[in-house]
Design a protein around this ligand. Sequence first.
Ligand SMILES: Nc1nc2c(c(=O)[nH]1)N[C@H]1C(S)=C(S)[C@@H](COP(=O)(O)O)O[C@H]1N2
Ligand SMILES: [Mo]
Length: 318
Amino acid sequence: MPRFKPDLRESEATPEGIYLRRREFLRLGAAGAIGAATSAFPIPALAGPDDPAGEVLPVARKADMAGGEKPTPWKSVTTYNNFYEFGTDKADPAQRAGGLRTRPWTLAVDGEVKRPLTLGIEEILKLSPLEERVYRFRCVEAWSMVVPWVGFPLAGLVKRAEPTSRARFVVFQTLLDPAQMPGQRSRILEWPYTEALRIDEAVNPLTLLAVGLYGRVLPAQNGAPLRVITPWKYGFKGAKSIVRMRFVEEQPRTTWAVMAPTEYGFYGNVNPAVDHPRWSQGKERRLGEFLRRDTLPFNGYGAEVAGLYAGLDPRKLY
Ligand SMILES: Nc1nc2c(c(=O)[nH]1)N[C@H]1C(S)=C(S)[C@@H](COP(=O)(O)O)O[C@H]1N2
Ligand SMILES: [Mo]
């Protein structure tokens, strides 16, 4: 059995940042030159390899919830990923997840609910109008991005299942299929990947079930066809490619909290004041940028969510 390999060292984020920034520079440089040569004869922009790709989703409304910041390029969002089912390298998911079958796909909603549900992905897509929400997103390992997710608030689905009075948490489970997910053939993590939220967190209006990115169907490497997004928490709280939501009474075991309890808490709220045991959490690097910026408490969403944690030890937030 392979020994547990700690997740990316913070220092590894540096060359990637420079690499992506150089590419962006080269791309803009080339486009600028073409623009200058042909400015008298404007031509429609051609779709390049860095532009969003895949099936277009019908988006009913758009909201910028990242203070007007420019979204991180599609290319960075879809080629620098954490999805251990497809390997532990940031480049692995983009290279290895492409064959994941996302149709048919069903989501089971069960446990402490009055109305257990089994929903096909097509039905899920019709539950509520799709929204685009531009959110800041930050990983424990100090890289971050600004992402136009497409999805809908999880609250609607929770209400539909009618949790019982005993339900206090909701557990999200990723697909378990070692034939499709080569990482699951080794015991690098406990499979299936499992995450959970308190029910008040799950129904917070910021919490999304995401089905897309940049107006397109979610690429497999980003958690197709369905993943959870909680923008005030570290990225690990958002399970990808989920097949089950189970309502429970007791705080459940979650993958990373079990694997590395000193590095990942149950709450996983972004908190620059609580260091990771191997590095400070005070700064972060946006993919594609060179200079680091300050990490914001709750990733900048404190006004919306800080009240959920009144009375809780801030160390527990992590
Ligand atoms: N099933 C599953 N979900 C997962 C992970 C994973 O390895 N497997 N990694 C998590 C971590 S640590 C992060 S930072 C985010 C990364 O999301 P992204 O690749 O879309 O940026 O996914 C989270 N969800
Ligand atoms: Mo992460």
